[in-house]
Design a binder for this molecule. Structure first.
Ligand SMILES: [Fe+2]
Length: 249
C-alpha cells in the first residue's frame, strides 16, 4: 500500500508504468491529514464510469479496494455511470459498499449528461446518501466530520471538527481554497492518464492543458487531493495508476 505523509512527501509511483485495459487491481493511495491514531478513514472513489461489458469488473475492483481500506465512510466523487443500463449495477455496488461503511455520493459531468435525477435515485434506492447539494455528518468517536457536496450552501457549523468538501471537478479549488475546508476532494482529470513528470504538486504534461492537474496541494490549512480515478473512456495509463484515495482525517 502506498503512503503519502501529511507533510506532502510522496512515495514513488507504483511499479507498473504502463497499464492497458482494466486488468490491474486499483491502487490505494493514502493521504494523511493527521497523525492521530484514531483518525477517521474516508475512502474517496471517483470516476468509476460504469459501462456495458466492464461494470462487473469495475464494481469488483472497487469492492476489493474498499474491503482492503477498512473505511469509516465511502465518498463517491461523481462520474459514476455512463449508461442508463448500468444504474442497477451502481445500486448493487452501493448496497455492497454499505455493508462496509456509510456511502455518500455526488454527481459529475457524466452523471449530468445521463440525468442527475436518475443517478441520485439509484444512489438513494440502494441506501446511499446523496449529498451533491447538502452536507452530511459522520460521527467518529467524539469528533464530527462534516462532508459537503459541491453545490451545498456555504455555511460554518461550529459543531464540526473537520470540514471536507467532496467535489468532482478540481476547478472548484479556485473558490474553495479560501472557504475554510480542511480537505477538498476532486477527480475528473484522471491525472490525464499519461504522466511524464511531476512539478510543484502537478502532473505534466497534463497540467499544461489543465492547471488543476494536481495530485495533492495545500493552501494555508486547506489540503486539496485529486484522485486519478477508477477508469477512463480509453483504458490506457502510463505512470498514472487507476486508484481510490484513502484519506485519514
Ligand atoms: Fe468528469
Amino acid at each position: 500500500m502506498q503512503l503519502h505523509s501529511s507533510s506532502g512527501v510522496r512515495s514513488p509511483l507504483p511499479a507498473w508504468p504502463l497499464e492497458l485495459g482494466l486488468g490491474q487491481a486499483l491502487h490505494i493511495r493514502e493521504e494523511r491529514l493527521t497523525t492521530r491514531t484514531d483518525a477517521c478513514r474516508l475512502l474517496y472513489v471517483s470516476d468509476i464510469h460504469l459501462r456495458t461489458d466492464r461494470s462487473d469488473r469495475l464494481c469488483a475492483q472497487v469492492l476489493d479496494a474498499a474491503r482492503a481500506s477498512s473505511p469509516d465512510a465511502v465518498l463517491l466523487g461523481g462520474d459514476l455511470a455512463d449508461q442508463r443500463s448500468e444504474l442497477s449495477k451502481l445500486s448493487g455496488l452501493i448496497r455492497r459498499l454499505s455493508d462496509l461503511a456509510p456511502v455518500m455520493a455526488i454527481g459529475g459531468n457524466h452523471d449530468r449528461w445521463l440525468g442527475m435525477d436518475l443517478v441520485r435515485a439509484a444512489v438513494i434506492q440502494a441506501g446511499g446518501e446523496w449529498i451533491h447539494e447538502s452536507a452530511a455528518r459522520v460521527r467518529h468517536g467524539r469528533r464530527v466530520i462534516e462532508i459537503s457536496g459541491p453545490e451545498a450552501a456555504p455555511h460554518v457549523d461550529a459543531r464540526s471538527n473537520v470540514r471536507v468538501l467532496c467535489a468532482h471537478s478540481p476547478r472548484i479549488w479556485k473558490t474553495s481554497r479560501h472557504a475554510g475546508y480542511d480537505l477538498v476532494l476532486a477527480g475528473h482529470l484522471h491525472g490525464c492518464q499519461l504522466v511524464g513528470w511531476e512539478y510543484r504538486d502537478r502532473l505534466f504534461p497534463g497540467a499544461l492543458l489543465y492547471p488543476y492537474c494536481f495530485l495533492s496541494h495545500r493552501r494555508g490549512s486547506t489540503r486539496l487531493v485529486v484522485s486519478r480515478g477508477v477508469s477512463d473512456l480509453l483504458p490506457i495509463r502510463w505512470r498514472c495508476p487507476r486508484e481510490v484515495v484513502l484519506c485519514h482525517v
